[in-house]
Design a protein around this ligand. Structure first.
Ligand code: OOB
Length: 535
């Protein structure tokens, strides 16, 4: 598969092996190792359903054999779109056991994203829940099969109708081929790119290290009870350290059915949760909800927060209001992870996004000419290291822009580092809106809006929002009749775009401010909108 992704150069790979980051282990080894050590320990809880490690491992073994018998071979891809249910973990590890690569889509994705991801990844199967939050994924599967016939199989958790139910993925275990640890283990979705979403190839070697090291930095152990609140298809709740970190540590994963503070806090009390991870807007809701929810949060030790900037005033309220300690996490599906450490002082924990987890994470902060700035100054972060990608999946042309000649990933984040080495995220210079942690590649939405008859030109910009951090505003030059926001949303909906990408606001313009290069000046647009909406 070497033409699909860019491997690390051999000398660096040798260093990462020699330093013990890459151990030749696969993600299947991760579950097998824990299952051997912690056989009867509770591995996963989903509502009233519970599995010990031995039970989870047994289920995975039979599911893997069934998937293999369907003809899926090592290196094949399966598009997975599951909510936070136990079947996610079962399927994830079953695919690992037969060397098949999961492609992780979010439950919020719709036809537009799903078709794109299936085509880009070349997936041979699609795994869904029957329905979730009022949406029937079998309908989506029918549309996908009609448009992408190479998707041969559909696996359904729940009532399968004409498709294959998860219960039927059950066959006598057999000896399966073992994947190579330097091959791709999982394809994650990138939020930070231009145009259509890209896929991030994560190898067994690099992801195993990512998981192991973040579990260590987060202090996970056999007594950890981790609540998966954020959608587990996201790198953060999946592997930083998330559910995979908890499995590695031999703790217990508790799947949370929805992200509301009511459900979450009641689950903390009921399941004696010790650790969980939230994005900043959810932290606000969890804090506010203490006014009316009296669930006992006494078991909660650590709250990890990442995905978007956490306001220091909010950060400072975590301990007094929720009674647990805060760990800030600045990460990206592309790789690099920064964590504040448990023994950092309050100032670092409240005001910074932590430091990298690996001594071999190479961070470079540069100006617009790719020159390193003076230490302590602000610039764009470029990074390479033992678990940061060297190229997106099948995106050769884009890769030439997204990486430097010496293999650093251009993160598009504007940061600075304190004298102690802590990273502070100040902003961003990529065309993405971070709407409460969900990343919206604006070009993707703009291109769809351009197909509306009343839109001559459009630019999507992020405008500051107290709760979500940012919301999206569609700035439109009309063609004849002036379009309305509901009409534009209906248009995007009909094209099958995920709801979180629909614009929150519409502002009509006669002309757009432009940059020196003649492109739309998004920054100037955003400030025009902010000025016009302040009283
Ligand atoms: C996480 O991953 P992605 O891939 O959804 O988004 C990455 C981007 C970063 O480049 C940065 O722009 C932003 O999200 N971000 C933060 C942040 N954490 C992520 N911005 C400010 N402060 C933070 N703490 O979002 C992700 C992946 C793994 C762990 C945590 C978050």
């Amino acid at each position: 598969m070497s033409h699909d992704f860019t491997p690390w150069p051999a000398p660096l790979a040798a260093t990462y092996r020699a330093r013990g980051y890459w151990r030749g282990l696969t993600l299947d080894d991760l579950l097998r190792d824990t299952a051997r050590r912690r056989e009867s320990h509770l591995a996963i809880v989903d509502g009233e359903r519970r599995w010990s490690y031995a039970e989870l491992d047994g289920r995975v073994e039979r599911m893997a054999a069934a998937i293999y018998r369907l003809g899926l071979a090592p290196g094949d891809r399966v598009l997975v779109q599951l909510p936070n249910i136990a079947e996610f973990a079962q399927l994830f590890f079953a695919l690992q056991r037969c060397g098949v690569v999961p492609v992780l889509a979010l439950p919020a994705h719709r036809e537009h994203e799903i078709v794109h991801l299936a085509v880009l990844s070349g997936s041979r199967a699609y795994a869904i829940a029957d329905s979730y939050q009022g949406f029937d994924y079998r309908e989506l599967a029918r549309k996908l099969r009609a448009r992408v016939p190479s998707v041969n199989h559909v696996f359904v958790a729940g009532i399968a109708e004409e498709f294959t139910s998860f219960d039927a993925l059950d066959a006598e275990p057999e000896i399966l081929p073992l994947p190579d640890s330097s091959s791709v283990a999982v394809l994650l979705l990138s939020g930070g790119t231009t145009g259509l979403p890209k896929l991030i190839p994560r190898t067994h070697d690099d992801y195993h290290y990512n998981i192991r090291e973040s579990a260590r930095v987060a202090g996970l152990g056999t007594d950890t009870r981790y609540l998966a609140v954020l959608p587990v298809a996201h790198n953060f709740p999946l592997a930083c350290p998330g559910i995979l970190g908890t499995f590695h540590a031999g703790g217990t994963v508790v799947m949370c059915a929805d992200g509301s503070p009511e459900t979450g806090q009641e689950m903390v009390a009921r399941e004696q949760i010790t650790d969980t991870a939230l994005i900043p807007p959810l932290v606000l809701l969890w804090l506010e909800a203490r006014a009316w929810i009296d669930a006992d949060l006494g078991s909660l030790r650590w709250l990890q927060v990442g995905g978007a900037r956490l306001n220091p005033e909010v950060a400072a309220r975590v301990r007094p209001v929720l009674g647990c300690r805060l760990q800030q996490v600045y990460g990206m599906a592309e790789g690099l992870l920064c964590f504040t450490r448990h023994d950092d002082g309050d100032d670092a924990i409240v005001h910074t996004q932590g430091r990298p987890i690996s001594a071999d994470d190479e961070l470079r902060i540069v100006d617009e000419n790719d020159q390193e700035v003076t230490p302590g100054c602000t610039g764009e972060l470029q990074v390479r290291g033992p678990y940061t990608l060297r190229g997106y999946w099948r995106s050769e042309e884009y890769n030439r822009r997204a990486f430097t000649d010496d293999g650093y990933y251009r993160s598009g984040d504007v940061v600075r580092r304190t004298a102690e080495g802590h990273v502070i995220v100040e902003g961003r210079n990529k065309d993405v809106v971070n709407r409460g942690g969900e990343k919206i590649p604006v070009e993707e939405v703009e291109n769809l809006l351009l197909s509306h008859p009343a839109v001559l030109d459009v630019a999507i910009v992020g405008v500051l929002d107290e709760v979500l951090g940012e919301r999206t505003c569609a700035c439109v030059l009309p063609r004849g009749e002036v379009p309305t926001l509901p009409a534009l949303k209906a248009h995007l909906n009909a094209l099958g775009l995920a709801a979180f990408k629909l614009p929150d606001r519409l502002v009509i313009f006669e002309t757009f401010p432009s940059t020196k290069l003649g492109k739309v000046n998004r920054r100037a647009l955003a400030s025009l909108i902010m000025e016009s909406s302040t009283p």
